[in-house]
Write a protein that binds this ligand. Sequence first.
Ligand code: KG4
Ligand code: ZN
Length: 346
Amino acid sequence: MPASTPLAETGELVLGIESSCDDTAAAVVRGGRQVLSSVVRSQATLHAPFGGVVPEIAGRSHLRDIGPVIDQALAEAGVGLDDLDAIAVTVRPGLIGSLLVGLSAAKALAYARGLDLVGVHHIEAHAYAATMEHDVVFPAVALVVSGGHTALYRMENATTLELLGQTLDDAAGEAFDKVAQLLGLAYPGGPEIARTALAGNPAAIDFPRYRSKGEKASFSFSGLKTAVLYHLKGGDALAPTPAPADVEHKPDIAASFQAAAVDMLVRETIAAARRADIETVLVAGGVACNAELRRVMHERATADGIVATFPSPAYCSDNAAMIAGLGARRWRAGERAGWELDALAR
Ligand code: KG4
Ligand code: ZN
């Protein structure tokens, strides 16, 4: 789904390739912002029976899908490989076997066609995504919240990030996925928790909310996850975990868990922005699809004179448009990767 950014038909043409986790994606972007195509092939149904991503299955599926997905992105954009200025590819962080599939494809195409290659950091690309569809006033505080990451950055501009703090244990998305599993909801759990929570009372259970101390931002979701488990065991840590089918009041549990998770994310983000006297907050990553997070973040930001910006859902979850977009900006700044470009898990 191309973003409807009214941009000129000029600017560099970049193919983005993303394969860091369980989505095989390719996109063509012009001028860093105008999305000509964005193809995402999800592996969710393959991993669903396991309640999480199985690295070996992910790598093999990327290998099968990467060629067709790239072909489709080029075809939908109506461009050929020789029209491109560069290929941008996710090189970190992620599952190493998965990253290597996208990187190898990018290198092969760039070598064969004499194209420039740019390596992109997946988390930086998530944050960049929030600047693709909207004109953002910098500096900004960016919250990147996904299945693998929960971190706050200070952004001087769309391409320069400085880490302010991150989760001490689980990522927020991971907590959504784990709680969904306990409740017997399908993987990925985030959207399922959100849907189930609609029928529940967010004040039904007072789950604990971690707060960072001092000046440094941080998050923690393992305590919340354990509190949900403890609640399901009826407050007796030694009691067996009930089968999902036997869990009562699922909507109340989902709504109360979601309220606690959202409250932690919003508080820490607004506090970081206030500390640095910053009036722009960007939120990106798969969990940024969450409607309650969007509502509460907008509400509390507005109360503090802060503007909160979210990408549209297609650019919150993993996609290659954000890789091509950030890659284009880096290419414009003169960045070129050599053939020694390597993938890194962290
Ligand atoms: O960014 P993403 O697609 O992949 C990673 O880089 O991890 O994020 C996936 C995560 C999953 O944990 C998924 O459950 C969560 O984002 N997610 C949501 C929602 N949609 C996706 N979490 C809460 N509410 C949602 N609506
Ligand atoms: Zn991601």
